[in-house]
Ligand binder design. Sequence first.
Ligand code: LP5
Ligand code: MN
Length: 241
Amino acid sequence: MQKTLFISDLHLTPTRPDITDCFMRFMQNEAIECDALYVLGDLFDFWIGDDDDSPFARQIKQAFKHLTDQGIPCYFTCGNRDFLVGKRFAKQTGITLLPDEHVVDLYGRRAVVLHGDTLCTQDERYLEFRAKVHQPWLQRLFKCLPMFVRRKLVARIQSDIRQDKQQKSMDIMDVTPSEVVNVMHRHQVDLMIHGHTHRPNIHQNTDSSQTRIVLGDWFEQGSVLIVKHNDFQLEQREFFH
Ligand code: LP5
Ligand code: MN
């Protein structure tokens, strides 16, 4: 049976081996049988650079390499937590890096795929922050720092901005409907697939016949979108403790 799989928002980290185990099982048993795997951002809790050669980083890279070696194409869109995944990671794993917005053909139906953070246009403070950390010169500078300094800096910034996020309303952190329409219109598609908001759902707009599929996060269970011909299923995968 032909199927394409989509995942996002795993937030993999060495401190959550239950998530990593579920991901490894998914890669070995499920992804190995699909036509293509799309990872739509936030695979990692934070990615500090492609030169991360820790056992944890190696384990994840190896899982992708195994898949792509078997001829399964893997596509990767960067999220707001792993925007430093780059060419070296792609080369080491065999994945294909996608731009922020990308159109895919899913068994004859075209869909725009993206992480989803850029759809939240009301979250102005986040978009300002995003513009800052996406500056190439700043990224180059960050990658020159020793690993332990990068880790410390990230932990520091994460704890500094946690309060800022807690003060935001749920509405501000959801997608802006008009931006969803804009992006679909720009790409001339009636289907959008994204993650980021952690609000898994299949939104069907009956007026415009547009569909927006939101992937789920991997905090308490795994979450996978399975696409077959004209069929979309959001499924969960259990964690074992
Ligand atoms: O990921 P999630 O769902 O928790 O929250 C996101 C937005 N938050 C982020 C931050 C990341 O999670 C963690 C980033 C670690 C920083 C590492 C920087 C290393 C430097 C690299 C340099 C190349 O993306 C959150 C959104 C939420 O999604 C929903 O959409 O609201 O956004 C924020 O909380 C951001 C704050 O609002 C911004 C606060 C401004 C603070 C300014 C600090 C300046 C730091 C400059 C960096 C050098
Ligand atoms: Mn995100």
